[in-house]
Design a protein around this ligand. Structure first.
Ligand code: SF4
Ligand code: SF4
Length: 162
């Protein structure tokens, strides 16, 4: 299925998520890189050695959640938009998710937008908490959204109506 559609299975996704205990401690990356490709800006971006591609640039990155601070610096550096940051420490009912977003218009802070799954299907409305778009992100803004905890493993993108 993944080879044909590019959409990972539930099992593939769950293998990439850190344990829920780590997510509930504070922000942590989810590195959804599934294929061997010659690429490693994630490793270069991470000052905490939480992502290691290693000597062979084709390696699938290894991720070490306990080294990750959730700084999100790797998000805008990944050309595949493969990395998000999740944070379950703020609330019992909701999680915060930071994701790279390259479409226009950008949402505004406080705006309610559509939350989409990995297939681009609507799953729930989400609230935009923060929009970061400095020059150093090189046109890959980072959007922080607040989402019902039930959608922690399915939320992957947003859709903003003009
Ligand atoms: S979120 Fe920050 S600490 Fe975590 S992997 Fe990315 S760059 Fe490294
Ligand atoms: S930068 Fe992104 S696409 Fe490239 S190896 Fe890292 S996670 Fe995978």
């Amino acid at each position: 299925m993944f080879e044909k559609t590019g959409i990972p299975s539930k099992e593939m996704i769950m293998e990439k998520f850190p344990p829920i205990e780590r997510i509930n401690e504070g922000p942590v990356a989810v590195v959804e890189c599934y294929q061997k490709i010659p690429c490693n800006p994630c490793q270069t971006a991470c000052k905490f050695n939480a992502i290691i591609v290693g000597e062979d640039i084709n390696n699938i990155p290894e991720f070490y959640p306990n080294k990750c601070t959730g700084c999100a610096l790797c998000l805008s550096k990944c050309p595949g938009l493969s990395i998000i940051v999740v944070d379950g420490s703020k609330s019992k009912d909701r999680v915060e998710v930071r994701l790279p977003y390259e479409f226009l218009p950008l949402p505004e802070e406080g705006q309610i937008v559509k939350g989409l799954d990995r297939e681009g299907e609507y799953i729930t409305d989400v609230k935009v908490i923060k929009v970061l778009n400095p020059k150093s992100f090189d046109r890959t803004p980072i959007i922080t959204i607040e989402v019902d905890r039930r959608f922690l493993y399915t939320i992957r993108n947003i859709s903003v109506e003009a």
